[in-house]
Design a protein. Structure first.
Length: 82
């Protein structure tokens, strides 16, 4: 298959994405489970693949200022031993 060319590095002066979105990957493995999987809506493969799925999303990640400050302090303490 032919793929489009890579967009390459961002242009000089390009700003950072501040959307606070991050990839979230969920793995569903229903092998051996009696629950009927409802997450996948496509056609069945009639094989073991029907009991497995990988879901990828781009979700906004929110963290409180207090949690962010605590994590920063812990990392700085472990990096610089203070």
């Amino acid at each position: 298959p032919s793929f489009p060319p890579s967009p390459g590095p961002p242009p000089a002066g390009a700003s950072m994405d501040k959307s606070a979105k991050a990839p979230v990957i969920t793995i569903f493995d229903h092998r051996g489970c009696s629950r009927q999987p409802k997450e996948y809506q496509g056609p069945a493969a009639n094989a073991v693949e029907d009991e497995m799925m990988v879901k990828a999303q781009s979700l906004k990640i929110s963290v409180s200022e207090q949690s962010a400050a605590k994590l920063l302090q812990e990392n700085l303490s472990s990096m610089f031993g203070k």
